[in-house]
Design a protein around this ligand. Structure first.
Ligand code: R5P
Length: 311
């Protein structure tokens, strides 16, 4: 087995390689003067089972292009099997036509990865499970829940827990986490704008008074969804609110927004390389999914069960 990495998240790649006790493949992924991506693999990969690690996070297009060109280089170097390991699959939110004459970019990205030469895909907490169906190659979608549940048990056990979905679309994810937390009760934040032009009203479905609320979502981007949900939960009588989010996109002023929010803590994973601002925030903690990804890679290489990781 070989582990090769693009430049999007080298610390995570290093941690996965350390978990697997395999050195990172000697390769350079660099830029020409005009910013074209160039990849050169400095060791033999002929007949190898190669895992290419690259999150298509900011800068999404550059990182996607690096991934595609790494796969192309591996295919032309006669790798036996190429698995695109994409802990954060960017463009996933564009998974349907949101209006007339709009693209389904998640499907286009899936096509690009397949056409480049990937034989398999491994990702974490895809925005929608159905994105697996955008690929006609085997696709494993790992869940951050076990890692999050262990942290929640360690930090908040005995705190009258309630798992909260920040929107109606996230209920399945919230229910799965609640199940892992000894069937904790569930609440939902229902955002509604009754008429265009009216401001959004946050209705809480469920009695959160006196509870430690655990918000769970796949992505925090601007932080608006989460910070507004945290405020609404505190206004409804929650004792404290912590958020567990798989992918810390945290664009624009998101970190400042989180720092000024009603959140007790925001816990994200290292699927995306944290910025200096993220690392400096006292409100944000980062859990590593390197062991989870490492173990899944080991099992794929051994042709053993990946789903049993979540039993
Ligand atoms: C949306 O469907 C996602 O699950 C997240 O709720 C959303 O991307 C968060 O975005 P923001 O942080 O910008 O509110």
């Amino acid at each position: 087995m070989k582990i090769m990495a693009g430049n999007s998240n080298l610390p995570l790649a290093g941690a996965i390689a350390a978990y697997l006790e395999v050195p990172l493949t000697n390769a350079s992924v660099r830029r020409f003067a005009d910013e074209e991506v160039f990849v050169e693999i400095h060791e033999n990969v002929r007949g190898e089972d190669v895992f290419v690690l690259q999150s298509t996070s900011y800068p999404a297009n550059d990182n996607l292009m690096e991934l595609l060109i790494c796969i192309d280089a591996l295919r032309r170097a006669s790798a036996k099997r190429i698995t695109a390991v994409v802990p954060y699959f960017g463009y996933a939110r564009q998974d349907r036509k949101s209006g007339s004459r709009t693209p389904i970019s998640a499907k286009l990205v899936a096509n690009l990865i397949t056409e480049a030469g990937a034989n398999r895909v491994l990702s974490v907490d895809l925005h929608a499970g159905q994105i697996q169906g955008f690929f006609d190659i085997p696709t494993d979608n790992l869940y951050g829940e076990p890692v999050m549940a262990a942290d929640i048990q360690a930090r908040y056990a005995g705190g009258d827990l309630m798992v909260v979905s920040p929107d109606v679309g996230g209920v399945v994810r919230a229910r799965a986490l609640a199940k892992r937390l000894d069937n904790a009760p569930l609440a939902i934040v229902d955002k509604r704008r009754d008429r265009p032009g009216q401001s959004e009203v946050m209705n809480i479905i469920g009695d959160v008074a006196g509870r430690t609320c655990i918000l769970i979502d796949d992505i925090i981007d601007s932080g608006g969804t989460l910070c507004n949900a945290a405020r609404a939960l505190m206004d409804a009588g929650a004792t404290r609110v912590a958020a567990y989010i798989s992918h810390g996109v945290l664009s624009g002023g998101a970190v400042a927004r989180v720092d000024a929010s009603a959140l007790d803590a925001l816990v994200i994973t290292d699927s995306i390389l944290p910025t200096e601002a993220t690392k400096a925030s006292e409100r944000i903690r980062i859990l590593s999914i390197a062991p989870l990804l490492g173990e899944a890679i080991r099992r794929i290489a051994d042709e053993s069960s990946v789903s049993s990781l979540f039993d």
